[in-house]
Every structure is written in structure tokens, then in C-alpha cells.
Design a protein around this ligand. Structure first.
Ligand SMILES: *Cc1c(COP(=O)(O)O)cnc(C)c1O
Length: 394
């Protein structure tokens, strides 16, 4: 079995060859610690600055507003915990949504144990937050609104500009987890009134273990890791120079190819959605049809178990992911699919396929043919499906 069709780009992406190439010298020849005085090492300061500039330009920020972290999870933790520390005197209320990544939700749960109050906004059946509910949730003591830019499971893009406007009209800080959006769709932190933004290298063909938190100038956020003076004393630790160089190269590459990639992926995404809807009965597209990441396809198939689907797709060389969270040792289906109102049994039959710039129409034709066969096989084994068909034929 040599065929491999990788449709799990929301989980991670292939590091682009030119990114690897840009990184390599920083493991070997240029291994110096950027904090050292002698020229051999201090030159590495300049490459860090260059990466910071490349990244800042993608979101309309200034380079000194970009703080490197060890990934998206760290950036999310930092934004929430340090805001509570710095603004705790003003209040202890945070507003977020029910469909955030666990890096946000579990941090919120932790903060609740520390006495912080958290409002979790509902989303509609397409996964969009309700702006009226957001406004109604704002209190005197609200210090932060944290809403993800685009959802990692169902691809829904939030009305970020409107949310940012509401936050600023009320003098509340606005953070967005943009891990799925950065480098995939255009972002402007000024137009959208974003005060903090999290991102991660490995979701845009960069290396794993490197991310950043954008912190708007003037936001009083505390340092997250205490130690040396790196990252303007806000995040100590010897810089991950190869990671930073790779992230910079990936960001530059993503910016240059964004328009073309968006068009190509959107076309293929809609082709895949249309074929599945036409050729496989009793399925439901999850997420908003248009306010959607260009590479995200998420379906629920009735009378099918997501895990069985994944295993059988794997046998055909297709890598995808399921909405149900059995992999994490829990029998509950994904919190995102429940939040959009899917009943448990339908959420359990969910499949996420996230395309890349390398995905071809031929790949998707093979995927649809495989899916038709697998869904058919699994339904044949389902007593629920048998009953359902009997009732239909009455
Ligand atoms: C992947 C992801 C994260 C976590 O990023 P890491 O770099 O893997 O820690 C956070 N939020 C979202 C929306 C993600 O997709």
C-alpha cells in the first residue's frame, strides 16, 4: 500500500522543503546563542528580527508586537492567564465560546478554579457566535473576550471584526486564537481591533513547537516564562532559532501563495462537498457553507461510527480525522459538534477532511469512491440503519 492521501491538515501540515532548507544552517553552522556578545552568535539576533518582521507583515502588526512561544497552546495559555494577572484589579470575568480549542477551554477551566468567572457563548447551527448574546454577556468586570478566528473542526470563520468592535466599544481586551486562520485567510489586527492573537508554525507548513502571541503595544500583559531577557523580557528562554527562522519562512511563503491557495482549495473543497452530498445519502455538512476555511470539509454520516470510518479510510491510505473524541479516551463526541446542536449519535458519525495545496481532484475522486464504499459497508452492518430503511419503505 503506497498510496497516501493526507487530508488532516488541520492537525498538522508537512513542513515545506524550502522551510526545512532555511532552518538547517541554524542547527549546524549558526548554532550560537543570540544573547552572546561575539559577532558569530549575535548575528542570530538579526535572523530573529527578520522572522518577526515577516510574521508581523502577514497580520498588519509591528514586529515588536510579536512574541515567540513554543506553539499555539502556549500562546493561548499566556493570553488568558497573563491578562487575568495584569487586569485582575479591574475584574475577573472572561467571555469565550463553547467551540474553542482545548488550549482555551481547559485554560478557562483552570482559571475558574482560581476564582475567575467565565461565560461560554453559544453558537448557531453553523458554528457562528451570536453577537447579541455577546453584548448581553458583557459586564462591568469583563476584562477579556477570547473568540477563535476559525474553528479547527468545522472550519467556521467568526465575525471577528464585529466582535473586536464590540470589545473595544466596551473597553475590553480582545484575544483571538488564529491558529487555523493565520496564513490561510487574510487577517488585519487593526481593522479587526485585535489586541492579542495566537498562532502556530506547524499549521502553515512551518515546524512544530514554535508559535507566537501578538500583543498590541500598550496592552499590559505579564511575562509568561520568567528567566532571561529574551522576547523583551516577556518570555524567557534561549530562542528556538531554527524554529523561528522556519516559522518566518513559512509565514512569508504563506503570504505569497495565500490568494492562489485559497482559490484552489475553495474550489476543491466545494467539489468534495458537492460530490458527497450528491452521492452519499443521509449526510450533513457541518459548519457554515461560505464563512468557512478554504480547506475544511466536515460531514456527519448517519448510521456510521466515526472511528470505524477512520480505520477503513486508513486501510485505503486516506488520513482524516473524526469529530468524535474517542481518541482522547472519552466517549463523548466533540464539544464543537454538540455545540452546533448535533445529537450524540449523529456527532459520532463525523469525519473531518482538511485539504492542502497539494491535494488534487484525482485524490478527492478516490476519496469519494472510497467513502461511498465504506459508508455502504458500515451501514449494512448497522441494525439502526436496517430499521430505518424498513420504516422508509412502509
Ligand atoms: C492546533 C491548534 C492549537 C494548538 O497549537 P499547538 O501549536 O499545536 O500547540 C490551538 N488552537 C487551535 C485552533 C488549533 O488548531
Amino acid at each position: 500500500m503506497s498510496k497516501l492521501i493526507y487530508l488532516d491538515n488541520a492537525a498538522t501540515t508537512k513542513t515545506a522543503p524550502e522551510v526545512v532548507e532555511a532552518m538547517l544552517p541554524y542547527f549546524s553552522e549558526h548554532y550560537g546563542n543570540p544573547s552572546s556578545i561575539y559577532g558569530f552568535a549575535a548575528a542570530n539576533k538579526d535572523v530573529i528580527t527578520k522572522s518577526r518582521e515577516e510574521i508581523a507583515s502577514v497580520i498588519g502588526a509591528q514586529s515588536n508586537e510579536i512574541y515567540f512561544t513554543a506553539g499555539g497552546s502556549e500562546a493561548d495559555n499566556w493570553a488568558l492567564k497573563a491578562t487575568v494577572e495584569a487586569y485582575g484589579k479591574k475584574g475577573k470575568h472572561i467571555i469565550t465560546s463553547k467551540i474553542e480549542h482545548h488550549a482555551i477551554l481547559h485554560t478557562c477551566e483552570y482559571l475558574q478554579q482560581q476564582g475567575v468567572e467565565v461565560t461560554y457563548l453559544d453558537v448557531d447551527e453553523n458554528g457562528v457566535v451570536d453577537l447579541e448574546q455577546l453584548k448581553a454577556s458583557i459586564r462591568e468586570d469583563t476584562i477579556l473576550i477570547s473568540i477563535m478566528y476559525a474553528n479547527n473542526e468545522i472550519g467556521t470563520i467568526q465575525p471577528i471584526r464585529e466582535i473586536g468592535k464590540i470589545a473595544h466599544e466596551h473597553g475590553i481586551l480582545f484575544h483571538t486564537d488564529a491558529v487555523q486562520a493565520f496564513g490561510q485567510i487574510p487577517i488585519d489586527v487593526n481593522e479587526c481591533h485585535i489586541d492579542m492573537l495566537s498562532s502556530s508554525g506547524h499549521k502553515l507548513n512551518g515546524p512544530k513547537g514554535i508559535g507566537f502571541l501578538y500583543i498590541r503595544k500598550g496592552v499590559k500583559i505579564r511575562s509568561f516564562i520568567h528567566g532571561g531577557a529574551q522576547e523583551r523580557k516577556r518570555r524567557a528562554g534561549t530562542e528556538n532559532v531554527p524554529g523561528i527562522v522556519g516559522f518566518g519562512a513559512a509565514a512569508e511563503r504563506a503570504e505569497n501563495t495565500m490568494q492562489e491557495r485559497m482559490e484552489k482549495e475553495t474550489e476543491l473543497r466545494d467539489y468534495l462537498i458537492a460530490r458527497i452530498e450528491k452521492e452519499i445519502p443521509y449526510c450533513r455538512l457541518n459548519g457554515d457553507r461560505t464563512k468557512r476555511l478554504p480547506n475544511n470539509v466536515n460531514f456527519s454520516f448517519r448510521f456510521v461510527e466515526g472511528e470505524s470510518l477512520l480505520i477503513m479510510l486508513d486501510m485505503k491510505g486516506i488520513c482524516a480525522s473524526s469529530g468524535s473524541a474517542c481518541t482522547s479516551g472519552s466517549l463523548d463526541p466533540s464539544h464543537v459538534l454538540l455545540a452546533i446542536g448535533l445529537p450524540h449519535e449523529i456527532a459520532h458519525g463525523s469525519l473531518r477532511m482538511t485539504l492542502s495545496e497539494e491535494t488534487t481532484k484525482e485524490d478527492l475522486d478516490y476519496v469519494v469512491e472510497s467513502l461511498k464504499e465504506i459508508v455502504g459497508t458500515l451501514r449494512k452492518m448497522s441494525p439502526l440503519y436496517e430499521d430505518f430503511i424498513k420504516k422508509q419503505n412502509k
